[in-house]
Design a binder for this molecule. Structure first.
Ligand code: GTP
Length: 418
């Protein structure tokens, strides 16, 4: 029997995802029609040996309650939210709830970072983990990155034959290895001893406090770095699609790839063409409660949320339209996220700049570009409308970020509208 722990962080996390995380906890932001961590839960539920999924975070429990109830109904496995009393770190929360994780004596447990996305090969990783001749305390999912980008991740040096981890450095200042940590692990319950040693080596654990949160124990720096080279950590390599979701721009990228995965696994989630239906190009998700005029044209890579209304002649591409939004006739929406309850007037154009990985570089990942460049100017990004925004008819909003509850009076270009 196995369990899975999904680390979802808390309100202070996901700052680079604002304004999209202002109204909903970032892990619940919909990508390809499903809350971000539902994709993790779905991947876990597909592994027959996983009997329980524990969401670990420090969001107030009531913010997760409805989601957890919906997930239990949808996946028929045990799912619970365990709330940390404060940010305990990527290993601290696991240690704090060790009794909950160990109950029922699981052989091992998966740990998934809530802010990664991908075509997670969990069963294959488990087969690799169980086939190891010497027991692994922790097996990490690894993937290849470009030499330049690798330093923004945890870097792994492996023994190419045995896949034992020889060396691990978190975000090194110079190049160490192309093989990076995907934030997906299989841990043996013996890992608790290791984390306990760290915990007990800090006798003043509960009294230490600084802005870094010294109470926390980090899986990467405190556990992986010392275990590397001891023969107890292994890496499982994958070349399937994987990315982090840090910035709002990466939500559009993740949306596109999850929609693409539906083609093989969940075709019923993809919209199809037909008489009296809108024109669909490529992969498009439309919530069953949304109303889309048959003369609209959607796709590729568009998600339309609950009760959204898309008017006549509207064109949408590479965008996420959230619930209860109205896009009035003949508007055009490209590389944009339109927040909940927003209204876009007729003949308006919302357009952002794609921030995709460099297609000419094999293994390139999304660059999590900061909002402003070194000159204090806004970096080109997707356009984002926060929730309850009203955009009038016949304006252009280009590469702009609009905070919630704004009534835009005119057109905007390269601006943050506060
Ligand atoms: P950054 O580039 O700084 O974001 O670092 P990172 O990619 O290594 O991410 P980080 O280690 O901060 O977080 C990895 C995952 O763990 C994310 O999904 C976070 O939401 C989650 N996480 C981070 N800290 C905590 C914590 O204290 N408790 C819980 N439960 N989850 C956490």
């Amino acid at each position: 029997m196995l369990k899975a722990v999904i680390l979802i962080g808390g309100p202070q996390k996901g700052t680079r995802f604002r304004p999209l995380s202002l109204d909903v906890p970032k892990p619940l932001f919909p990508v390809a029609g499903l809350p971000m961590v539902q994709h993790h839960i779905e991947a876990c539920a597909a592994v027959p040996d996983i009997r329980e999924v524990l969401l670990l975070g420090y969001f107030p429990a009531q913010q997760l309650h409805q989601f957890v109830t919906d997930m239990i109904a949808a996946y028929k496995i045990r799912i619970r939210y365990l709330q940390e009393y404060q940010a305990l770190g990527t290993a601290g929360g696991i240690y704090h709830f060790r009794d909950q994780i160990s109950s029922g004596n699981p052989d091992a447990f998966f740990v998934l970072n809530g802010d990664v996305c991908g075509d997670f090969p969990l069963q294959e990783m488990l087969d690799f983990h169980t086939s190891l001749t010497s027991p692994s305390l922790i097996t990490i999912m690894g993937t290849e990155a470009t030499r330049h980008q690798s330093t923004m991740y945890g870097c792994i040096v492996e023994d190419k034959e045995t896949h034992q981890i020889l060396h691990y450095v978190e975000k090194p200042s110079t190049f160490v290895s192309n093989l990076i940590n995907c934030g997906v692990y299989i841990c043996s319950p013996d890992i608790f001893k290791r984390v306990g040693e760290i915990f007990n080596s800090r006798p003043d654990f509960y009294s230490l406090e600084d802005e870094e949160g010294t109470e926390s124990i980090r899986l990467e720096q405190d556990i992986l770095m010392p275990i590397a080279g001891t023969g107890q950590a292994y890496v499982y390599n994958t070349d399937r699609w994987w990315s982090q979701i840090k910035t709002a721009g990466s939500a559009i990228y993740a949306n596109r790839h999850y929609l693409q995965l539906y083609r093989t696994t969940k075709t019923d989630r993809l919209a199809t063409n037909g008489s009296d239906k809108p024109t669909i190009i490529g992969d498009v998700y439309i919530h069953p409660s949304a109303t889309v005029d048959p003369s609209a044209m959607l796709g590729p890579n568009v998600s339309v949320g609950k009760n959204a209304v898309i008017g006549a002649g509207v064109r949408i591409r590479e965008s996420i339209i959230l619930g209860n939004t109205t896009i009035q006739e003949h508007s055009c929406v490209l590389y944009t996220v339109v927040g909940w309850n927003s209204t876009v007037g007729a003949w308006t154009r919302l357009e952002g700049t794609p921030c995709d990985p460099n297609p000419n570089k094999p293994f390139a990942k999304m660059d999590n570009v900061p909002l402003f460049n070194n000159d204090g100017k806004l970096n080109p990004s997707i356009t984002i409308l926060g929730c309850n925004v009203t955009v009038p008819a016949e304006v252009i909003v280009l590469n702009s970020i609009v905070l919630p509850y704004k009534d835009l009076p005119h057109s905007y270009k390269n601006e943050i509208i506060l």
